[in-house]
Structure formats: C-alpha cells, structure tokens
Design a protein around this ligand. Structure first.
Ligand code: C5P
Length: 236
C-alpha cells in the first residue's frame, strides 16, 4: 500500500475535470474513501479558483493541484508557497522551466513544512518528436523525458508526471522514494477517449507508477464509486 492511502484508497488520483463547484463537490462526496486524491486542473481552477481546492479539502480529500507552473523561479516559488498554504498534497510544475525554477519550488515547498510534494511534468504526452523539434527540442521525446527527469531529481523535486510508457525508464534512473504519477490510464475494455498512449492500471503500476491519474473512466461512469473501486481492486 502506498503511503497515506487507506485500504481502498490505493493509488488512484481522480481528475475533477468539471467546471462548477457543485459538480466537483458531488464527485468528491461520491468518491471519498475510494480514491487517493483529487486532481484540480486548469479548467476547474480557472472556473472556480482556490475555492475548488477548499471544496475538496473541506470534505477531507487530498488535492493534486495540476497547474503545470512554468515561470521565473521567484514567481513559481511564491505560487508553490500559496499552494502549500491551501494544503495541497501535490503541486505540478513544468521541468522546462529549468533547474533554478525547480530548485526554488522545491525549496518553497520544504520551507512551507514539506506536506506539499512537487511534481515535474517532463514532456507533455500530447507532444511527439516532430512537435518538440518545432519548438527547438531536437532530441526527441524519450531522450528529453530522461534528461528532464534527471534534472528534476537533481533539483530536489519529489517526483514527475509521465506517461505509463515512460515510467519504467524513469523508475530505472530514479531514487526509490521518487514519485511517478501517470495519466493516460484506461481499464481493459474502457474507451480511450482522446488519449493515444494508454495503459491499463496494472501495466502502469508494473512500470513503476506510484499514483495513477484517471478521469473519464471514473467521472463519466454511471457509478463513479464502483468504477474507482474496480480500478483499485485491479491494483490491489
Ligand atoms: O479523462 P482522462 O483519464 O483522460 O483524464 C486524464 C487527466 O490527466 C486529464 O485531467 C488530463 O488533462 C491529465 N493529463 C493527461 N496527460 C498528461 C498530463 C495530464 O492526460 N500528460
């Protein structure tokens, strides 16, 4: 069992990809105890702001605040400190912001008490080699993911967000307590939606993922709680 997760909570982080507090609160209510944490991303945060985070924590849920921060070190450090003030469990930033930005964020999280763990996005899974070359990153996705994961480790981040496909390579180069969080997870037989490089929950775990971000297979299910527990069961 992963640290902090109850018997049924396991490793699933459910993506609250909705646009109102009422929808977010209703999902949290249905899923409390069935998932490890709730991901508040750009849509919900833009629509509802920090109240979205408070809505989850008020109901006792952990939050992964997925804003993929990418700015100058001071700005990212200060935003990380504010996320820590809100009590989020995980905060994402973009490794493309460089070593000093990541070091500043990691330091800010530690200074705030260490309860907020910093996760670096290596390369967006929507980008292929040609897309990277077009923005001046000719090394390709696989090599860039490894290089940035090493830099995230050296900069003191607590983990990375990566596709299940990249998880094994990152696990091989990272310390044992380094966290790998993978989206793009689909139970066998579930619709892939717009995800391209999907893996089953078990495959993601076996590749070295500590936590799995799952959205629509849970939130669009007729019974979200049953869907979450089925995934947890597959991982148990
Ligand atoms: O519904 P689905 O399971 O595809 O949702 C996955 C969630 O993970 C979404 O919130 C998506 O934005 C996020 N995500 C992703 N791939 C990444 C990073 C985040 O799918 N590389």
């Amino acid at each position: 069992m992963t640290s902090g997760g109850g018997p049924a909570e396991g490793r699933v982080i459910v993506a609250l990809d909705v646009d109102t507090l009422a929808l977010a609160e209703s999902l949290v209510e249905r899923l409390t105890g069935a998932v490890f944490a709730f991901k508040v991303g750009l849509e919900l945060f833009t629509a509802c702001g920090a109240d979205a985070v408070r809505a989850v924590t008020r109901q006792g849920g952990r939050v992964m605040l997925d804003l993929k921060l990418h700015d100058i070190p001071e700005t990212v450090a200060r935003a990380t400190a504010r996320a820590a003030d809100l009590g989020v469990a995980f905060m994402t930033l973009h490794t493309g912001g460089g070593r000093r930005m990541m070091e500043a964020a990691a330091q800010a999280a530690r200074t705030a008490g260490g309860a907020t763990r910093t996760l670096g996005v290596t390369v967006l899974t929507s980008m292929e080699d040609a897309d990277l070359a077009e923005v001046g990153v000719p090394a390709g996705a696989a090599a860039t993911v490894e290089l940035r994961a090493r830099l995230a480790i050296a900069s003191g981040l607590d983990g990375v967000v990566a596709s299940p496909r990249e998880a094994a390579a990152i696990r091989a180069l990272s310390p044992t307590n380094f966290l790998i969080v993978t989206p793009g997870v689909r139970p066998a037989g579930a619709a892939a939606d717009d995800q391209r490089r999907v893996a089953t929950p078990r495959a993601a775990r076996d590749a070295g993922a500590n936590y799995l971000v799952v959205g629509r297979p849970i939130t669009h299910a007729a019974d979200p709680r049953a869907a979450a527990l089925a995934i947890a069961g597959e991982l148990a």
